[in-house]
Design a protein around this ligand. Structure first.
Ligand code: ADP
Ligand code: MG
Length: 615
């Protein structure tokens, strides 16, 4: 067979387009998302002229099953709360049990399966969406926006995540990117990105310790970094994936409910108003509004009282991060404010007091993370050789040992990438299999930590207990995603896995998810036609009973009993949810009752003619 020559021209075109492809930086926020890119060496937020680059991380499903994202979706929040999903990031990598009280306050429905923790889904009408799919809808919208504004294809991105995101949540984020058609080149921590944006402008010979305090809508992060000659070294990090401006809004809404006993307004509307009050109080001393003829107010003092528990929690995290960094407060040169909630003066003051230093708020707190992500993208594109990022893992990683104990292999705040191993042995004579359960967290008992997955080392040649030498190795990649391997060193029996956590989604499952929408369409149609048959049956049963009652004067006993038997039969089919039987039952009833209905109609006409209405 003749060989096909390589088409040089095509190869060339591809190379050219490759060279000019922009890698974007994405801040996929709980509340707002942004895209940035580097142009002529400087990071820029992608925005339409004169507009903000913030895209609300909100997804709305309209009647036709179409999806809208961003401001357009935000507008639907109060009118269609059950079809408008916000804070999907808070659901990433979580089980229904992790969310407990949280789900109650939402305007949309989250369902979980008691038996299978994996199944956390958002229900809209009769469709179900998992958090990965939801996040991918936001990323798709961002991708489309970027392609339109940059007038070129965008397929590569750096995405930021809260430093405190665990392995599961990072993988979920990466999968969301993949579903949106984005190749996620790197996942970096939000505070680290912020430090890059800050450090981009400073002199290379500056040596500084900085704290990045990031309070957004749904998450809080604090990181302590050391910057020296372009090397950004994360010393420690701490935070809370369930703490942010949202909690302040909820606190205000609850305060109003208690104070004014307003129960006529939907909680989501009240929360919306609470957010407006919060933003107003960043620059004013009192907020007033009218809710169904009741004047509700919030003054600065009360507002600050409500904020205080949230602020205190963030300061505890700051203290923990300081302890871990082994630095004294006085060694911190700059405190960088990130996230929309740091616009609250009380918060700035509390943080300044805590660190006994002024805070640095010169970069727009909404934009700083995305700008940093763009700089990291530029580093990966090979355009920046002057900066190096040394990130850390926020949580300890280890395995379960006898007695349900956590044995840490990689301690928290270790630099990534990192590899570490430790030797173990068997506890039973002749043991041929060893199950290794992998956990992430700081507690001594594994039951209090997060299980990431399992590894099975099979076919260990039988030996007395304690003799095999089994090395378990953890490799953490620069994104904070882990590979685990186990090897019996005497016989070199090996196995390894990239962690596919029990809450995450495997490659196969990803493929299934992509197909799911098609298959679901079939299932959805099935359930819809059952629903329609049920509704019709209920209506006909009701009107038939009414018919019997209204016409019992002339219906024979046999006719009445036969009608009732048919109705009973349909009621049974309803209970069994048997669509075909319901439809058959309705048809049988119809065949029997049609002549009776005609007779009734004749009688009505007769009565009408004689001047008496039957109605
Ligand atoms: P995320 O990182 O979670 O996406 P952002 O950094 O975009 O969040 O911050 C969003 C949060 O900031 C919201 O809770 C919003 O109400 C709050 N926020 C925005 N502007 C202000 C302001 N002027 N005063 C107080 N809070 C604000
Ligand atoms: Mg943020």
């Amino acid at each position: 067979m003749p060989r096909i020559p390589i088409n040089i021209q095509e190869g060339k075109i591809q190379e050219e387009s490759k060279a000019s492809e922009i890698i974007v930086g994405i801040d996929l926020g709980t509340t707002n998302s942004l895209i940035a890119f580097v142009k002529d060496g400087q990071p820029n937020i992608l925005k339409e002229h004169g507009k903000s680059g913030l895209v609300p991380s909100i997804i709305h499903f309209n009647d036709n099953g179409e999806v809208v994202v961003g401001n357009e979706a935000k507008e639907k929040l109060s009118t269609y709360p059950e079809r408008t999903i916000y804070s999907a990031k808070r659901l990433m990598g979580k089980s229904i049990h992790d969310l407990e009280n949280y789900v109650d306050g939402l305007g949309y429905t989250i369902i979980g399966d008691e038996k299978d923790e994996k199944l956390l889904k958002v229900k809209v009408d009769d469709k179900f969406y998992n958090p990965i799919t939801l996040s991918s809808k936001i990323l798709s919208a961002l991708k489309i926006k970027a392609e339109a504004l940059l007038d070129q294809k965008v397929t590569k991105a750096v995405i930021t995540v809260p430093a405190y995101f665990n392995d599961t949540q990072r993988q979920a984020t990466r999968q969301a990117g993949k579903l949106a058609g984005l190749d996620i080149l790197r996942i970096i921590n939000e505070p680290t990105a912020a430090s890059l944006a800050y450090g981009n402008g400073i002199d290379l010979d500056v040596v500084e310790n900085i704290a990045v305090y990031d309070l957004g809508g749904g998450t809080f992060d604090i990181s302590i970094l050391h910057i020296e000659r372009g090397i950004f070294e994360v010393l420690s990090t701490h935070g809370d994936t369930f703490l942010g401006g949202d909690d302040i809004d909820i606190a205000i809404a609850n305060y109003w409910i208690e104070t004014y006993s307003i129960d006529t307004l939907a909680f989501s509307d009240l929360k919306y108003l609470a957010e407006a009050a919060k933003i107003h109080l960043s620059t004013n001393s009192i907020f007033k509004s009218q809710v169904n003829d009741i004047e509700i107010t919030l003054d600065l003092k009360q507002f600050e009282t409500l904020c205080n528990p949230i602020v205190q929690k963030t300061l505890q995290s700051c203290q923990q991060a300081l302890n871990d960094s082994k630095l004294d407060k006085s060694a911190i040169n700059k405190i960088i404010m990130v996230g929309g909630s740091t616009r609250i003066p009380l918060i700035k003051n509390a943080v300044a007091n805590f660190f006994e230093n002024d805070v640095y708020d010169a970069i727009n707190p909404d934009e700083v993370v995305a700008l940093g992500a763009a700089i990291q993208a530029d580093i990966l594109a090979g355009n920046r050789k002057d900066i190096l990022l040394l990130d850390v893992t926020p949580l300890s990683l280890g395995i379960e040992t006898v007695g349900g104990l956590m044995d840490t292999i990689i301690p928290r705040n270790s630099k990534v990438p990192i590899g570490a191993g430790r030797n173990y042995t068997t506890s039973i004579d002749g043991q041929t299999n060893l199950k290794v359960s992998i956990y992430q967290g700081e507690r001594d008992l594994v039951k209090d930590n997060r299980k990431l997955g399992e590894l099975l080392l099979k076919n260990i040649p039988p030996m007395p207990a304690g003799i095999p030498k089994i090395e378990i190795k953890f490799m953490l990649d620069p994104d904070g995603i882990m590979t685990v391997s186990a090897e019996e060193l005497r016989t070199q029996t090996k196995t390894s896995i990239t962690l596919q956590s029990q809450y995450g989604v495997s490659e196969e499952e990803m493929a299934i998810m992509l197909l799911d929408s098609i298959n679901n369409a079939e299932a959805d149609m099935q359930s819809r036609s059952l629903q329609e048959a049920k509704t019709e049956a209920v209506m006909i049963i009701q009107s038939s009973h009414k018919f019997i009652k209204q016409n019992q004067s002339w219906l024979s006993e046999l006719e009445i009993n036969t009608l009732k038997d048919y109705l009973k039969l349909i009621e049974n089919f309803l209970k069994e949810e048997d669509k075909d039987a319901i439809l058959q039952g309705l048809e049988n009833l119809n065949t029997f009752s049609r002549p009776l209905a005609e007779k009734a109609l004749d009688k009505a006409v007769e009565q009408n003619l004689s001047g008496k209405s039957i109605l």
